[in-house]
Design a protein around this ligand. Sequence first.
Ligand code: ATP
Ligand code: MG
Length: 411
Amino acid sequence: MTKIINVIKGTHDILPQEVDQWHILEENALKIFTRYGYKEIRTPIFEATELFARGVGDTTDIVNKEMYTFEKSDRSLTLRPENTAGVVRSYIENGMARLSPPVKLWYKGPMFRYERPQKGRQRQFHQVGVEMFGVKEPTADAEVILMAVNYLKSLGLNDLEVEINSLGCPKCREEFKTRLKEVLKPEFENLCDDCKNRYEKNPLRLLDCKVESCKAIFEKPEIQKVIQSDYICEECAEHFSKLKTYLDKLNVKYTVNKLLVRGLDYYNRTVFEIKSNNLGSQNAVCGGGRYDSLVRNLGGDDTPAVGWAMGMERLNSLLSVPQPKKLNGYIVSNSPVDAFELAEELRNNGYNIEFDLSNKKFTKQLEKASKVADYALILGEDEINAGKVSVKNLATGEQKTVSRQELRSIL
Ligand code: ATP
Ligand code: MG
């Protein structure tokens, strides 16, 4: 026997019985985001490695450990680990700055990260996300958060928790980093190896650490005092306070989480996550924030921007599996030509129709019909001679012989 080839660890097939759920996620995204003026953008799945090194940040886990990078014709290419950098590249390259702001874009598709596969964490996973360019006011932050909440509501997910925080601007954040490093210095030897590394490179990221012994350190009163202090400058504080006012007025429930710093380097001011209590330890379905310096860092003009991404596998695991859709009709006949002809007529009028292609017995065909369709459309010799069809409602068993015209009003 020839050896079979298996799917790669951390990747999954999306099977036919699962795909209806994916369509619901995608159709609702199109419907809801269109209401807010967003247009879909589709960027390539691989990009120049440098785009992510510069766009995601070379102090992040994503760039340091998780990228699928390969060489082709002396170029270093990378499978996208996220899509904000790609969308920003396209925004700059296609001169979208010339459009009157805001420019509102959404995307969906596969992302690739070399992480340890576990529940809610794959190496190929899918995100749906949005980016808004050109608005520095907190109205934009409020609108993208509101839209995320409404998208989740459209899927029937009403009880998720929105957490927000402000990282301040590069200026006020520097002060905070300095104070944080000072107060953590006596604990340095007790930090995990990752945190020891982050201490110099990106001290804010320490607050994000999932290691219990680190979390315990951050609970110490003198450290909490620094974390909970209102270190952000006046302008950043005003931005955050306006955002909270908008969310309050719009009845979006949220909590402020001072430990929320997000994994990516490019965020400033607002960051947020939406979490579920039903997902175990990979509990975030949505992450996002404001990234006012990214467009410039990637070579464009200064452009404020804000956006988020949701993990579609995690969304799917919160939704109940929809009933598979049945065919409108299954034709039962021993005359393939007549069956073909009726099937095509109905298909061309928008009905979903199948019939037996391998000349099985009538009873077998009826059995199949009752499994896959709402109606059996019987085309026996009598029906064919009379130019009619016998329609059997497979839920009630009721059957009658009708003209082709009448048939359509029944299906
Ligand atoms: P996490 O803290 O769960 O690793 P993250 O901060 O790395 O998330 P983002 O890069 O902001 O996540 O991506 C947004 C969303 O994409 C996450 O909230 C999550 O739902 C989903 N996601 C991220 N990484 C994975 C993965 N490896 N497998 C499945 N879903 C993922
Ligand atoms: Mg991650």
